[in-house]
Design a protein around this ligand. Structure first.
Ligand SMILES: Cc1cc2nc3c(=O)[nH]c(=O)nc-3n(C[C@H](O)[C@H](O)[C@H](O)COP(=O)(O)OP(=O)(O)OC[C@H]3O[C@@H](n4cnc5c(N)ncnc54)[C@H](O)[C@@H]3O)c2cc1C
Length: 474
C-alpha cells in the first residue's frame, strides 16, 4: 500500500484523533499505518517476538521529532525508538500498544569540518557512511563494529557502542563532541558546538549517551574525528592460553602505547567454526586454544611496523605465542579482519545458542573464563563454548550452545559480577538483561536512574520498561 493510501485511513479506529493530529503536522511519508507498515520494524536479531506497532513515525527533522513527541506525550502513547535495529539487547523491540519512532529518514551528513576535526551527522545516518566520508577527507571515526552498514549514529550513541578499537579511541561516548536530543514533551536540547572546553553546569549530553532511548530521542550529533593512520597492520597469533594472551597484550601495550589499536580474541571453537563458515583454510598452521587478532596503526613514525613484527617474533621465542601471521598488504589486512567480523554471522547459523556480553577487569579475564566455564558445565556438562571478544577491554562475547541457556547465562552473569565486572559491556540492558541489572548496579544507582527517567519522561512514553522497571520493587 502506498503511503498516501495509508494516510487515507488515518482518523479511523482507536488511534484516530492522535493520528489525525500527527498527520496534520507531518509530511505524508512520515506516518505509516495499517498495511503500509513493513515487517522490518519487527526485526530482531535475537529472534524474539515483536508486537505489531500501532503506527510508525518517520520524522525527517528535529522539528518533526519534537512535534511527534509532543503529541504522543499528550496522548500517553508509548513509543519504541528505532535506529538500525542491530541492537542486541531488545531495546528497539516493540511491545503491544507501542508505536514506533524510526530515525530512518534522518540521514543528513554534514561536510567534514577539518580544522576542528568533527562532522555533524543526523541520528539515522549509518555509521559506515560517516566512516567513508571521514576517510575520503583523511580522517578516521574512532569506533568501528561489525554492524557498521546498518547501525546508526543515534543507535550508537543510545547504546554507547564499543567495538574493536576501544583500546585506542574509547567507546562512542568519547566520539561525541556535541549532541542534540528531544525530550518526551518535545523540548529540544541542542548542544552541537563541539567545544573542547565547556564547563557551564551539567553536561546534559552525557546523559543521553548509553540511555538506550529512555531519556530522549537523539536527533543529531557532532562527532570527533581522528587522523587517518598512514598504515594499519594486523597480526593473527596462536597463543597457548588466556594468560599468555594477556601477557602478549601487556608486552604490546608497553612497546607501542596508543599505536596498538585492537586486541581481539577468539577461542578455538569459534575460530574454527568461522573458518568453516567462510570456507577458508586456516591462515596459521599451528592449532591453539586461543587466537589473538591484534592491530597497530602507524602515523608516519619510523620503524613501528618493523618493531611490531620483531615484538611478535620475540613473543614466539619466549613462548608467549606459538605462531603468527602478519598482514603484508591492505588485502591481507582486510582478510584477517573478515575472520573476526564474521563471528556473529557464524553464530547465527547454530541452534540452541544464547549469548551474553560481559566485561571484567582485564587482569581477571583468565579467572573469569575459568570459573564461568566451570559454573556452566555444572549446569550442562555438554555445553559448547564459542567465546570471543575484545580482550584488550576485558570484554567477552559469551556465546554458548546448550538447551539450558538461561540458567547457564545466569551463572555467567553472576561470575562476571563476582569478578568485579559488568553484565553488559557494550550492548546495553534493553529488555533482555533487565533481570540481571541488580547484579552490577546497586539499588541506589537504579533508583537514581528512575528519578532521572521520571524527570525527563514523566508520562513514561519513551522506550518504557527498557533497562529497569519504572516502579521500585515493593
Ligand atoms: C554483527 C553485529 C556486530 C555488532 N558488534 C558490536 C560491537 O562490536 N560493539 C557494540 O557496541 N555493539 C555491537 N553490535 C550491536 C549494535 O550494532 C549496536 O548496539 C548499535 O549501536 C545499535 O545501533 P542501531 O542503530 O542498530 O540501534 P537500534 O538497534 O535501532 O537501537 C538500539 C537502542 O538504541 C535506541 N535508539 C536507537 N536510535 C536512537 C535515537 N536516535 N535516540 C534514542 N535512542 C535510540 C533504541 O531504542 C534501542 O534501545 C553489533 C551488532 C551486530 C548485528
Amino acid at each position: 500500500m502506498s503511503v498516501s493510501r495509508a494516510k487515507a485511513s488515518v482518523g479511523q479506529g482507536p488511534d484516530g484523533p492522535l493520528l489525525d493530529r500527527l498527520s496534520s503536522l507531518l509530511p505524508a511519508q512520515a506516518l505509516l499505518v495499517g498495511d503500509a507498515i513493513g515487517a522490518g520494524y519487527r526485526e530482531d536479531l535475537r529472534a524474539k517476538p515483536s508486537a505489531v506497532p500501532r503506527f510508525v513515525l518517520r520524522p525527517g527533522t528535529t522539528q518533526e521529532v519534537a512535534a511527534c513527541l509532543k503529541l504522543c506525550d499528550a496522548a500517553g502513547q508509548p513509543l519504541a525508538v528505532q535506529g538500525g535495529r542491530t541492537g542486541l539487547s531488545g531495546g528497539h523491540r516493540i511491545v503491544e500498544g507501542e508505536a514506533v519512532l524510526s530515525t530512518e529518514r534522518m540521514t543528513e551528513l554534514g561536510a567534514i569540518e577539518e580544522a576542528g576535526a568533527t562532522v555533524l551527522a543526523a541520528a539515522g545516518t549509518p555509521l559506515q557512511r560517516v566512516q567513508e566520508a571521514a576517510q575520503a577527507a583523511g580522517f578516521l571515526v574512532g569506533v568501528d563494529l561489525g554492524a557498521r552498514g546498518t547501525a546508526t549514529v543515534g543507535g550508537n550513541i543510545a547504546t554507547n557502542a564499543g567495538g574493536i578499537r576501544v583500546l585506542r579511541y574509547g567507546m562512542f561516548r568519547a566520539q561525541v563532541a556535541g549532541l542534540e536530543a528531544v525530550l518526551a514533551d518535545g523540548t529540544v536540547l541542542s548542544s552541537l558546538r563541539g567545544l573542547a572546553k565547556d564547563n557551564t553546569g551539567y553536561d546534559l549530553n552525557q546523559l543521553f549517551i548509553g540511555s538506550e532511548g529512555t531519556l530522549g530521542v537523539v536527533t543529531r550529533a557532532r562527532l570527533r574525528l581522528h587522523p587517518l593512520p598512514r598504515r594499519e597492520v594486523a597480526a593473527l597469533l596462536a597463543v597457548p592460553s588466556v594468560e599468555a594472551g594477556l601477557a602478549l597484550l601487556h608486552r604490546l601495550r608497553a612497546a607501542f602505547g596508543s599505536s596498538l589499536s585492537a586486541f581481539e580474541f577468539m577461542g578455538a571453537a569459534i575460530f574454527e567454526g568461522i573458518l568453516g563458515f567462510l570456507g577458508r583454510a586456516a591462515p596459521l598452521e599451528t592449532r591453539a586454544p586461543i587466537y589473538i587478532l591484534t592491530e597497530i596503526q602507524a602515523f608516519g613514525e619510523e620503524g613501528v611496523v618493523d618493531g611490531f613484527e620483531a615484538a611478535l617474533m620475540a613473543a614466539i621465542e619466549d613462548g608467549v605465542a606459538l605462531d603468527a601471521v602478519v598482514s603484508q598488504s591492505q588485502r591481507e589486512f582486510a582478510s584477517l579482519w573478515t575472520i573476526r567480523d564474521s563471528g556473529s554471522d557464524f553464530v547465527r547459523t547454530m541452534d540452541h545458542i544464547i549469548s551474553g556480553d560481559v566485561s571484567v577487569p582485564v587482569d581477571r579475564t583468565a579467572v573469569f573464563l575459568e570459573e564461568s566455564q566451570a559454573a556452566v558445565r555444572r549446569i550442562d556438562p555438554h555445553t559448547d563454548f564459542f567465546l570471543f571478544g575484545h580482550m584488550g577491554d576485558g570484554n567477552v562475547h559469551y556465546v554458548i550452545r546448550t538447551p539450558k541457556g538461561l540458567e547457564a547465562m545466569d551463572a555467567v552473569y553472576r561470575c562476571a559480577a563476582a569478578c568485579g565486572g559488568s553484565i553488559s559491556a557494550e550492548h546495553g540492558i534493553g529488555f533482555d538483561k533487565k533481570p540481571w541489572l541488580h547484579l552490577t548496579r546497586s539499588e541506589a544507582e537504579i533508583e537514581a536512574m528512575r528519578r532521572l527517567k521520571r524527570a525527563f519522561d514523566p508520562n513514561n512514553i519513551l522506550n518504557p520498561g527498557r533497562i529497569f522497571d519504572r516502579a521500585s520493587p515493593a
